[in-house]
Design a protein around this ligand. Structure first.
Ligand SMILES: Nc1ncnc2c1ncn2[C@@H]1O[C@H](COP(=O)(O)OP(=O)(O)OP(=O)(O)O)[C@@H](O)[C@H]1O
Length: 448
């Protein structure tokens, strides 16, 4: 659709902004309505048959967080999922703009806007409507089944071993920093195993509270504890015939390590509160970013359990040791996010690849994924340039920095992220490319 056929609703509580926008836009659009009171949005959207909405993110009641803007965005998309919503946000609020696009907005403009830029953004937003997808569908579109990228020798070697042992039933322990792809590799092994058609069950032991471990893993019977209102199978039973992947195995409390050992040895589980054991046939893959040998030495991890779970040990190298993988990963995620957000970004420049190869990637592939996602959303260019990527400290530390320096850097980044998000763990973890559980562990480690 062309701009001159479009009907637009502008919602902003600043009347001067409303009049200025109307004055400009009515010359280019078929209809421009303005509204000062956001409470009227549901009524107007239901009755107005607008093609697009230009929505301010910061209403006076809630000046800086944009929370109200997000609520209205949600309301609009609930009432009219195919509505094109362009958000207006204050200059410097790029974080908010990124979040808005992820929440289903089609695009954003920064205030104060340039007239040509505003017209251009509205026209581009309108063109996206013709591809037949709704804003929410587009933003929630499932990522394509991800393939495992392993271009360099370091990952090739890991992959060769993984594929060789996949068809056996050997227990596998995957070691690697956060975000190096441990879960992805475990899934790959399952898919190359004789159990591929049967379940692959992931249990993140880092995200479970201690009192839930046992019933989550082994199940419970009705009445076993206060909340046990009915019998429930545990994750081992769910994985019947397939593979169970225990992520962050280093977090398993010592009391449960003995139980897990018995399960592995006897191939039977007993639900909490029951005295009947059930035979299970599952392949076990575990992963951790902790040094289990060190934990054995300090007696927080059982040596006999370690020997049981690490029949085959696969060491996933951190991203900073896989420079050959950077370009294919960047291209892969660029394609994924340009499709998801409908952005005309064609490729990644050589200069940017170089910058990425010099960076330390403390959050590994997950961090790279988030960095490319942000860049695709924010860039004005067709080819991503070094300045499009917000890396935390490129080149400031040589790749061969000592472990001590790296820990210092990591701590600093965490402090900064927490400050930026006013202590919000979920947002800070997202920014750092860590899971919430991983961030909590680091807070504990650094005494923050
Ligand atoms: N080789 C790869 N090629 C493409 N994408 C990858 C690869 N490895 C990991 N990823 C992607 O990177 C992200 C992080 O991977 P994953 O969750 O497997 O890491 P992890 O080591 O299990 O993380 P954590 O330590 O936080 O549990 C995922 O989105 C995953 O799809």
């Amino acid at each position: 659709m062309n701009l001159d056929q479009a009907k637009l609703l502008i919602v902003d509580d600043d009347v001067d902004v409303l009049s200025a926008a109307k004055l400009l836009l009515k010359r280019h659009l078929r209809l421009v309505d303005i509204e000062k009171n956001p409470e009227k949005i549901p009524f107007l959207i239901t009755n107005g048959a607008y093609d697009l909405v230009l929505l301010d993110m910061n209403f006076t009641r809630d000046v800086s967080s944009g929370r109200e803007g997000f609520q209205w965005l949600d309301r609009i998309l609930d009432i009219s999922p195919s509505m094109i919503v362009v958000l207006v946000t204050a200059y410097g609020d790029v974080e908010m703009a990124v979040r808005a696009i992820k929440s289903g907005a089609t695009d954003f403009v920064l205030k104060p806007w340039e007239n040509d830029k505003l017209l251009d953004t509205l026209q581009k937003a309108l063109s996206t409507k013709t591809d037949g997808k709704t804003a929410k569908e587009t933003s929630a579109a499932k990522a394509p089944a991800s393939s495992l990228i392993a271009a360099g020798p370091a990952m090739q070697q890991v992959l060769n071993t993984a594929e060789r042992v996949a068809p056996t039933d050997a227990n596998i322990l995957i070691l690697g920093e956060n975000g190096t792809g441990k879960t992805q590799l475990a899934r790959h092994i399952h898919q190359h195993s004789l159990r591929a058609q049967l379940p692959f069950v992931v249990v993140d032991l880092g995200a479970l509270s201690e009192n839930l471990f046992e019933s989550e893993l082994f199940g419970h019977v009705k009445g076993a504890f206060t909340d046990a209102r009915e019998d429930r199978a545990g994750r081992f039973e769910e994985a019947k015939g397939g593979t169970i992947f225990l992520d962050e195995i280093g977090n398993l409390p010592i009391s449960l390590q003995a139980k897990l050992l018995t399960v592995i040895q006897e191939r039977r589980v007993t639900r909490v509160g029951s005295n009947k054991s059930i035979a299970i046939d599952v392949r076990l893959i575990c992963a951790t970013n902790r040094h289990l040998d060190g934990m054995v030495a300090e007696r927080s991890f059982r040596q006999d359990l370690l020997y049981r779970i690490n029949t085959i040990e696969l060491d996933l190298p951190p991203l900073r040791e896989r420079p050959e993988d950077i370009a294919p990963l960047a291209e892969y995620y660029l394609k994924q996010f340009r499709k998801k957000y409908n952005r005309p970004v064609a490729s990644v420049s050589t200069a940017l690849i170089k910058k990425m190869q010099q960076y330390n990637w403390p959050g590994n592939i997950r961090e790279l994924q988030h960095a490319i996602e942000r860049a695709v959303i924010l860039t004005q260019e067709k080819v991503l340039q070094p300045e499009d990527l917000f890396l935390k400290n490129v080149g400031s530390e040589p790749v061969s920095a000592t472990a001590f320096d790296l820990e210092d850097m990591e701590k600093n980044m965490i402090v900064k992220a927490l400050k930026r998000y006013n202590g919000n763990i979920t947002d800070a973890a997202r920014e750092l490319g860590l899971s919430r559980a991983a961030l909590y562990r680091r807070l504990e480690k650094y005494g923050l």
